[in-house]
Design a binder for this molecule. Sequence first.
Ligand code: NOJ
Length: 759
Amino acid sequence: MRAMKWTAVAATGLLAAASSGAFAQTAPIPDDQVKARVEALLAQMTLEEKVGQLTQVAGGLFPEAKPEEALRKGGAGSILWLNDTKKFNELQKVAVEEPRLKIPVLYGLDVIHGYRTIFPVPLAMAASWDPSVHERAAAVAAKEARAAGIHWTFAPMVDIARDARWGRIVEGAGEDPYLGAAMAAAQVRGFQGPYLGAPDHVLACAKHFGAYGAADGGRDYDPVYVPEGRLRNVYFPPFQAAVNAGVGSFMSAYMDLNDVPAGGNRWLLTDVLRGEWGFKGFVVSDAMGVGNLEILHFARDGRDAAWKALSAGLDMEMASGRFPQHLAALVKDGQLAAAQLDEAVRRVLAVKVRLGLFEKPYTDEARVESVLTDPAHRKEARLAAQRSMVLLRNEGKALPLPKTLTSLAVIGPLADSKADTEGSWMVFGHVPAAVTVLEGLKAKLPGAKIDYAPGPEIRRDVPSFFETLIPGPKKPPQTPAEAEAAFQKAVETARGADLVIAVMGERADMSGEAASRALLDLPGRQEELLKAVVALGKPVVLVLLNGRPLSINWASQNVPAILEAWEPGTEGGHAVADVLFGDVNPGGKLPVTFPRSGAHSPLSSARNLTHSPEGAPMYNVRYWDGAPTPLYPFGYGLSYTTFAFSNLKVAALQVQVGGKVAVSVDVTNTGAVAGDEVVQLYVHQKAGRDSRPMRELKGFRRVGLKPGEKQTVTFALGPDELRYWSTSQRRWVQDAEAFDVWVGADSTATLHADLTVVP
Ligand code: NOJ
């Protein structure tokens, strides 16, 4: 009855009045109301209208995109790849004023690490080991995006990645399921706010389900073969954490997973996601993902693809047009149960109702600019960048630099590049507004002489696919003679200064989608330039801008100070200067192992043991042409101060299966300046129904300490931390066995305690 009344109100056009802004959804819409409203709508919908809601159409990007047509024909559940507030309102008008049922359209876009104010890339945010900072970054991104008219972000990307060659490692939280789960939940909270539909927030989307990061050889889109145990213990936890945090949508991955493509994988999208985890939102395919089922030779044609995807549990199709072409016929022919189609429609409509789109379909164009330029957002971005930086080397306390410096040279192709400072995923009409490292240094030392020379350019051997989407003329590559002149100019610039800051790494388009690499060295002539500059005998600081681990073997031995700044976003240059000159003490830690070469990938700290473990005589012959150990281990990062760990206590030597035990440790700042340490807890199960990794992160906390200050940090170890999905038992188990417990500053921590789990 209540629902009938609501539908009638919507139909009379009162909805448009409500959309003027008078309606503010200050509390979640109760479940029974959502249900009643959805059922009332569903009861009136034709088959074509239902299929429309399961269809996401391109709003731009491709010239052939005609969203108006789709809206008028059968409706569209969602429009993507459009970033234009005025156009949002125009199209919304078509959706809510022309068709019979007036169902608003949901605007989705990749708002990955910021909308106007760009935060560090997600891999960098994970390096903060501070989920609260990631949550606030996502909240700022949501506020800006929502103000501009976007309802739905295709983030967070929560794919675990242990292969540094894989380009999309930049978009996630790195290699570890525990850290990854914490970052996934934080982003969902930040994007969506306290409930789905909270003002100034957007619908989040956990992607790409699942195990996309395990692509064979790190080659983007390649098939994935991962046993169920590893899926459940490593690749799934961040996705489940997103579900537990209330994420409203999921995106299926592109690739073939153990011979069943993720977009048509019923076990994945229905049995695990809904059956086991209780996910209540909807699943969208990746772009063209349903059509791709044909290309993967999983579906025989478009009709088969549509049927396989929908019956696997995929609710909305992104852009490949198979659903509008075939779903209605599949139902009419009896191949697809009408009830199954209805279920998918319900999920999409429920999200639209919860988001308050029916009450407020339009965006207030007058408000956009003031939200996007809120100075508080840039402050958050600077803080996030400061907290994400990782000090990799600091021989002889080369850093921090004195502010009395009067002459420095800044060299390297990334030192003054706004686009590369902001980082990957900036394709949708984004104008970089970043402060570059050069600009940040000039602002920090206004009286100093700062000379800049980029050196030879760097560029991909094969241009990025996304480059073709960015309008405007493309710069031709430097000729070898131009590159040589640029090289010499950079060396001369360095020669003329007291100190050299080299800003090197990868361009933004060198990581991200379709941006995998075979090698992990500094691209182009950067290392050669670094060597030439170090040979001058000047103090040299290397600032890395990159979206993946780099095998900087030579630099790690020969450049005294190395700061990993990642792709630090809009305020990146200021944050780098803050750290280099000691206004901020770096406290970030690597969320991913740095291998010594691309060929050493995949590599992570959570490997299982072998019969010749690290330290054994046979260990170092894993490869006869180099050490198999990481260049920098997971969790690693230095500080301008020092910390000591002591007094590791496990509250009880024994704990029962299912019980919890406290683990505490004292951490003391033993140096002369304030700083942050990330206290990390690792466990290893010494025997069991399965063999378990040699180290697994099971707790972490970033703490700030003044000189001499001591803090006791306490963690809990219980069934959530000690259970695992057993391959031998094909279920979750907790074994009554002995465990090693380590606490320290990275994954090589040595402070050890024993714990025994008893039946
Ligand atoms: C393809 C990418 O894999 C995915 O991450 C993204 O969200 C969609 N395209 C939409 O742009």
